[in-house]
Every structure is written in C-alpha cells, then in structure tokens.
Design a protein around this ligand. Structure first.
Ligand code: AP5
Length: 214
C-alpha cells in the first residue's frame, strides 16, 4: 500500500509516519529527511538545497522528484511506502503519478492532517530529536521519561533543526497554503482523500489513521 501524509509543517506527518513504519513495516520516504541528509553530507543536491531550506522555501521539483524515484528503486516492489512531505506542488503530484506508474505502484490513500496553524508554531519551535537514533521529542508535549536521556537508545545528545524558528516556520506555512494545499483537489477527484484531526492527541491521530488504512 502506498499512501501520502499531507499537512502543513508540524502537522505530525513525521510522527505518524514513524508509527506506521513500526506498526505495519511500511517505509517512510521523507523528502525533508533525505534533503537534510544530503545537506549534512555536502552532496551537490545538499549544496543546492541548503539555503532554500533555511529560508523556508521549496527545493526544486526536479531535485525532489529525482530523489523520490531513486529511493523507490532501492525498495522491493512489495514494500508499502508512506510519502511524507512529498508531493508539495502540482508538478510534483504529476511527477509522482509518473514515478508510481512506471514502477507498477498505485496510491491507495491521501491522508490530510487538519491542524490549527497558530498551534503549529509552538509545536515546531519546541521540537527536538535524539542525535543518535532520531527519536522525536517536544519541550511540552513529549519529554524523555528521564530528563536528558533518550527513551529509545539512552543517548544524552539531542538536536534541533536549523529551520525550526518562528520566522522560517511562518514562511513554510505560507508555502504550504500557496503551493501544497492546492494539490488536494487532484486526489479528491480520485476519491482517495481522508481527513484526520491533527490537533487530537498523538495516539488518537494514530488510531484514526489506522482506521482509514484498515
Ligand atoms: P520537511 O522536513 O518535510 O518539514 P515540514 O513539512 O515543514 O514538516 P515537519 O517535519 O516540520 O513537520 P511534521 O508534520 O513532520 O511534524 P512532526 O511529526 O515532526 O521539509 C523541510 C524543508 O525541506 C522544506 O521547508 C523545504 O525547504 C524542503 N522540502 C522537503 N520536501 C520538499 C518537497 N517535496 N519539495 C520541495 N522542498 C521540500 O511534529 C512536530 C512536533 O509536534 C513534534 O515535536 C511532535 O512531537 C509534535 N506533535 C506531533 N503530533 C502531535 C499531536 N497530535 N499533538 C501534540 N504534539 C504533536
């Protein structure tokens, strides 16, 4: 099964994708994570993406569709995929159709996480992750059980994203409204869009997504 998790920055796409990976053995393809890895490694893609990401703008359609195609080619055809943060523009939505059909894959669901934008700034600016295993935390909503120690791997090193400041978050939200929300009608016309209350408790969001996927 191939699905898209759609929603503005901080809606909980990454949080819920991680849970689906654990519960259903699906593979999460996050263009944000892949681009951050490219920036860290200093690859040509990373060098092109760095400044755009730090400003909150969108990296070029060609680059992100290219990395999605390559990532799919590395997976076995039976592996279910969660697209997290892709597609983000009409051009990317059309590319995804081509990329999937060329690989004999179809989209089963597009799940939109509906959220209150003002609350998202608090969510994003409070977010941090374990520097070792990537487990996600939040200053208010999800602190490690033991202060300063990752629940999952025991590491004491944590990190915050360079683009998780209020100014950049506002730009990312404006980009979502202008370029990403308008792709929903493409999928609505196919009858594959479901909506989930992304402001609900994390576990309730997980249950609602599970009910959609069956
Ligand atoms: P990307 O990494 O995709 O960031 P984003 O879409 O802005 O989304 P986030 O990762 O910030 O949020 P999320 O929805 O995953 O929320 P999370 O689960 O972490 O993209 C970054 C940049 O890369 C872009 O700006 C762009 O430059 C570039 N890029 C990426 N893809 C691209 C593409 N396709 N085209 C062009 N450019 C691209 O949750 C947030 C916090 O809230 C966490 O702390 C979490 O613990 C907490 N939380 C989650 N759910 C709940 C809940 N229900 N209740 C309370 N707290 C919650």
């Amino acid at each position: 099964m191939n699905i898209i998790l759609l929603g503005p920055p901080g809606a909980g796409k990454g949080t819920q994708a991680t849970r689906l990976v654990e519960s259903r053995g699906m593979t999460q393809l996050s263009t944000g994570d892949m681009l951050r890895a490219a920036v860290k490694a200093g690859t040509p893609v990373g060098l092109q993406a760095k400044a755009v990401m730090e400003s909150g703008g969108l990296v070029s359609d060609e680059i992100v569709s290219g990395i999605i195609g390559e990532a799919l080619d590395a997976l076995s055809p039976e592996t279910g995929v969660i697209f997290d943060g892709y597609p983000r523009t009409q051009a990317q939505a059309h590319s995804l159709d081509d990329i999937l059909s060329a690989r004999g894959r179809t989209l089963a669901h597009v799940i939109e996480l509906e959220v209150d934008e003002d609350a998202l700034v608090e969510r994003i600016t409070g977010r941090f992750t374990c520097a070792n295993c990537g487990e996600g935390y939040h200053d208010t909503f999800k602190l490690p059980a033991k202060e300063g120690v990752c629940d999952k791997c025991g590491s004491t090193e944590f990190k915050r994203r360079a683009d998780d400041n209020e100014e950049t978050v506002r730009t990312r939200m404006a980009e979502y409204r202008a370029k990403t929300a308008p792709i929903l009608p493409i999928y609505e016309a196919r009858g594959i869009v479901s909506r989930v209350d992304g402001m609900a408790d994390m576990d309730d969001v997980t249950v609602a997504i599970g009910a959609i996927l069956g």
